[in-house]
Design a binder for this molecule. Structure first.
Ligand SMILES: [Zn+2]
Length: 108
C-alpha cells in the first residue's frame, strides 16, 4: 500500500474535512484546551495546533497528509498553541510520523 504524500494544495473538500474534524475534536475535548485545560469561550477561542508545524518546508518534506492528520493535531488555547510543537526529526517526531503513516495505510 503506498502513501501518496502529496504536496499539492488542499482541495476545497479536504479543507472542509479538516474543519469538520476540528469541530469534532473540540467537542471531544469537552471545550477545554488539551494542554492547560482552560475552558473555551468567546475570549478564549479554540485553536488547532500542529505538533509537526505546518509550513512550506514541512509540507514539502512530509506531505499534507501527515501535517493535517488528526494524530498531529491538538485543540489548544492561544497561549498553549506553540507548546505542542515538536521537532519532526526527533525521536518523538519520528514515532509520531510512523504512527500517522501506519494509520493512513490502515485506512487505505
Ligand atoms: Zn491552554
Amino acid at each position: 500500500m503506498k502513501l501518496t504524500r502529496h504536496n499539492k494544495k488542499l482541495s476545497f473538500y479536504e479543507k472542509e474535512r479538516i474543519t469538520e474534524m476540528k469541530y469534532k475534536m473540540i467537542q471531544e475535548s469537552n471545550y477545554c484546551c488539551s494542554v492547560c485545560g482552560n475552558k473555551f469561550n468567546g475570549a478564549n477561542m479554540p485553536q488547532i495546533a500542529h505538533c509537526i508545524n505546518k509550513g512550506k518546508q514541512t509540507y514539502k518534506k512530509y506531505g499534507y497528509e501527515i501535517i493535517n492528520h488528526r494524530f498531529n493535531l491538538r485543540i489548544t488555547c492561544d497561549k498553549c498553541n506553540s507548546s505542542v510543537m515538536i521537532d519532526p526529526e526527533s525521536e518523538e517526531g519520528k514515532l509520531l510520523r510512523e504512527s500517522i503513516e501506519q494509520d493512513i495505510i490502515n485506512k487505505a
